[in-house]
Design a protein around this ligand. Structure first.
Ligand SMILES: [Zn+2]
Length: 74
């Protein structure tokens, strides 16, 4: 008789574990793309220091793409 209770307990525990695991998988998949950088932003290279920077951090100077902050801090 004790064996049946043990089996039932085992099934219940397994059920809870599987449910929690499914919830965990759901949660870990939902936060979509945690990349803070705006997607689709171009990366450009500074003509002066050679650093690769997002386009929003750059500016045009004498027809060259350079760091927004001048002189270059890099
Ligand atoms: Zn630069």
């Amino acid at each position: 008789m004790a064996r049946i209770f043990f089996l039932i307990a085992l099934v219940v525990v397994l059920y809870i574990v599987i449910k929690r695991f499914a919830a965990y998988v759901d949660n870990s998949q939902q936060p979509s793309k945690p990349s803070p950088q705006a997607k689709g932003e171009n990366i450009v290279q500074c003509a002066l220091c050679g650093t690769h920077i997002p386009e929003s951090e750059s500016m045009q100077q004498e027809a060259k793409t350079v760091c927004k902050q001048q002189p270059c801090k890099h």
